[in-house]
Design a protein around this ligand. Structure first.
Ligand code: NAP
Length: 199
């Protein structure tokens, strides 16, 4: 079982790596310090990554940026950060990567709690999360060759309290173990079209 893990060095990516690295061959990908270089905001870069890596059984993404700011101050350009990175970046992994995924393989994307439980300054991130959820549910009914697709929607991780804690007042942080298990279920299980909420 070969897994291409995009965003492997990040907080969520590291949780996925730790959970699966004993069972699965993992190829790490990100803009720096990974086995393969990729910038998901560039379709050309995504295509180059897949050409380099070749056939895999699973693709998982834990990458995607968004601008955090008040709606009445947000510029269209700032909003496009989430569109180009978290939303289209992850969706382009499907569109450009599908032919590299073996029969009965899987795709797992990352969304997040902000689409269900709003906080200030997070509308752009929530937009991207909701778009991914809708795309995943629709794509699941038509992906070819038994390929499955799911997304994992974590709340704030315990490992991210220092970074995001002040924004997430009253949210119960979740363990990296639980987030890793949701990815395990998606990658090594049999379900498709699922939303795994780690709230
Ligand atoms: N942490 C949380 O508590 C939490 C909770 C719910 C949802 N989320 C969501 O989950 C995603 C990952 O969060 P995180 O906290 O794990 O982020 P993180 O620690 O900043 O890690 C992001 C990872 O993605 C890579 N990356 C970033 N931009 C990229 C790009 N354009 N192309 C390719 N790789 C890229 C980074 O490596 P390089 O910089 O080297 O490219 C890094 O490996 C985000 O969308 C975030 O909103 C996070």
């Amino acid at each position: 079982m070969k897994l291409l893990l995009v965003g492997a060095n990040g907080t969520i990516g590291s949780a996925v790596y730790k959970e699966l690295s004993h069972d699965v061959e993992i190829i790490t990908a990100s803009r720096s310090n990974s086995d393969v270089e990729v910038d998901i905001t560039s379709p050309a870069s995504i295509s180059r990554m897949f050409e380099q890596v070749g056939q895999v059984d699973a693709v998982a993404s834990a990458a995607g940026a968004a601008h955090f700011g008040f709606v009445d101050e947000m510029t269209p350009e700032q909003n496009l950060i989430a569109v180009n990175s978290k939303l289209l970046g992850q969706i382009h992994l499907i569109l450009l990567g599908l032919k590299y995924i073996r029969d009965k393989g899987s795709i797992t994307l990352t969304t997040g709690i902000l689409m269900d439980d709003p906080i200030e300054k997070a509308a752009s991130a929530a937009m991207a999360n909701g778009g991914i959820r809708a795309f995943v549910q629709s794509a699941a009914i038509e992906l070819p060759r038994g390929i499955r697709i799911n997304h994992v929607s974590p709340s704030m991780l315990e490992d991210s309290i220092e970074k995001y804690g002040p924004l997430f007042q009253g949210f119960e942080p979740v363990s990296s173990k639980r987030v890793g298990l949701a990815f395990r279920k998606s990658i090594l299980g049999a379900q498709t079209g699922q939303s795994y909420y780690v709230y």
